[in-house]
Design a protein around this ligand. Structure first.
Ligand code: HEM
Ligand SMILES: *[C@@H]1O[C@H](CO)[C@@H](O)[C@H](O)[C@H]1NC(C)=O
Ligand SMILES: *[C@@H]1O[C@H](CO)[C@@H](O)[C@H](O)[C@H]1NC(C)=O
Ligand SMILES: *[C@@H]1O[C@H](CO)[C@@H](O)[C@H](O)[C@H]1NC(C)=O
Length: 413
């Protein structure tokens, strides 16, 4: 009897121990939770949201880079704010080549300053980045999600680590999958996180169609769309053929359209900066040198990338000469239909901008996600995006007593 009792209490003891261990392991691996600052700085999230909304109201184009910044932070040393640190010798992540056009650092400074005023030394820079990324997506009419917080900031930044950890737009699918897996992200996360612009595209196109009513009414889509043709021949011939509707550029629409577009979020004459119609992977910019290899002499036989739609390739060659290193392109292949069906549709039509976009068709799982979202007009994309962003936000975090809460995001305390 005594032996049995002994066994039972032993068992209970073991079970409690196991439970404790697993709890410990969980908080250790994460230590993150939604609402981490509810007691220590209850106004923090509201302050961040307001600052981001204000910033994006002033400059709609800043939303995309703010999202991208979080990705660049998380993939290098984990989400611990190292992307913000600056070294005197400039050997920091910011100065690594993959930073191409990373911007919005002064907005992070402003947000952090506002939060510091409310509760000094409490909210980390890495959490600011995570909250800002979510609020930027929301401000661009994308989905919202509960952001886990409780990260602490690292003290190290290293230019070579950015080079080594950020995927390149020339990467093939095998390499992308491996890189994401090494960060604890799976194939679904890869394909979901690659399409952050599609929701913006959808919203934008809705507005565009609404705007048509104002210019030229609905005669053969003569309004905004004709404006677009006039601006830079955005719609390709094939797209027009496919629609079976003839459209002519209308000069008055073009100027009206330019005014309208600049009021919105898009400057169509600055081909790099529009938020809406870009399908290639993201909201915003891509530069010529990142794709010239796809357009010229891809395999050394004077050819272009066979995974790139030929008409789209020809169009891009018109805008990116082989030696052009500076032009920023909008990655819109020029079809209205594809706008609203967005990134996934573009990729499925072999119009993904980067090789890394096109590569999503080279794996059964990522391909089937692309096709599913294309067919269902992105039915689960919003929800999926939030889930994957939370997962990305857990990469390599510092919690508990690790790291520090930086006072200023550009330097360690
Ligand atoms: C899958 C691997 C990825 C590769 C190879 C990649 C590569 C790139 C490249 C080359 C650019 C253009 C830079 C330029 O020419 O200025 C870009 C832009 C961008 N990327 Fe990614 N990226 C990847 C994943 C992601 C993820 C996971 C996110 C966020 C969830 C993201 C968000 C963005 C955004 C928002 C932009 C536009 C930035 C702007 O307009 O300034 N990217 N990316
Ligand atoms: C990005 O890196 C280049 C050097 O590779 C540097 O000149 C530039 O200032 C950096 N951009 C930012 C925003 O830090
Ligand atoms: C993909 O890229 C990796 C790394 O650059 C390379 O080793 C591999 O051979 C490539 N795979 C294919 C199928 O092209
Ligand atoms: C294309 O690449 C091949 C092999 O690298 C090279 O011999 C040839 O000169 C290139 N052609 C052009 C037009 O650059």
């Amino acid at each position: 009897m005594a032996a049995l009792q002994m066994n039972i209490s032993c068992l209970i003891f073991l079970q409690v121990l196991l439970l404790l261990l697993s709890l410990f392991a969980q908080t250790n691996a994460q230590g993150l939770k939604v609402g981490f600052y509810d007691n220590t700085c209850p106004k923090a999230e509201g302050i961040v949201k307001k600052s981001v909304l204000d910033a994006i109201k002033k400059d709609r184009t800043i939303g995309a880079p703010l999202l991208r910044m979080f990705f660049h932070d998380c993939f290098v040393r984990g989400c611990e704010g190292s992307v913000l640190l600056e070294l005197k010798n400039k050997k920091d992540e910011k100065n690594a080549p993959p930073n191409l056009s990373l911007r919005g650092f002064e907005i992070i400074d402003n947000v952090k300053e506002a939060v510091e005023k409310e509760c000094p030394g409490v909210v980390s820079c890495s959490d600011v980045l995570a909250l800002v990324a979510r609020d930027a997506v929301v401000a661009l009419n994308g989905p919202s999600w509960g952001v886990e917080t409780g990260r602490r900031d690292g003290r190290v930044t290293n230019i070579n680590e950015a080079r080594a950890n950020l995927p390149s737009p020339f990467d093939n699918i095998t390499s992308l999958i491996t890189q994401f897996r090494s960060k604890g992200l799976d194939k679904k996360d890869l394909v979901v996180l690659s399409g952050p612009d599609s929701y913006v595209a959808r919203v934008w196109v809705t507005k565009l169609y609404a705007a048509e009513a104002t210019c030229g009414g609905n005669e053969e889509r003569g309004g905004a769309e004709a404006g677009l043709i006039g601006v830079n021949g955005l719609r390709s011939k094939a797209d027009r053929r496919r629609d079976g509707v003839k459209r002519k550029a209308q000069p008055h629409c073009t100027s009206w359209f330019l005014n309208w577009a600049s009021d919105q979020m898009w400057n169509p004459t600055d081909t790099g900066r529009h938020l809406g119609s870009r399908g290639g992977h993201t909201v915003g910019n891509g530069h010529c040198p990142l794709i010239t290899n796809r357009l010229y002499n891809f395999t050394g036989k004077g050819d272009s990338d066979p995974n790139l739609d030929t008409e789209y390739a020809a169009n891009l060659r018109g805008r990116c000469k082989p030696t052009d290193t500076t032009t920023a392109l909008e990655m819109d292949p020029g079809s209205f239909k594809t706008f609203d069906e967005s990134y996934f549709k573009l990729v499925s039509q072999r119009r993904g901008f980067f090789q890394s976009d096109a590569a999503l068709l080279d794996n059964q799982e990522t391909k089937s996600y692309v096709l599913k979202q294309t067919k269902s007009y992105g039915s689960t994309f919003f929800k999926d995006f939030g889930v994957s962003m939370v997962k990305m936000g857990r990469i390599g975090v510092l919690t508990g007593r690790a790291g520090e809460v930086r006072k200023k995001c550009r330097m360690v305390n």
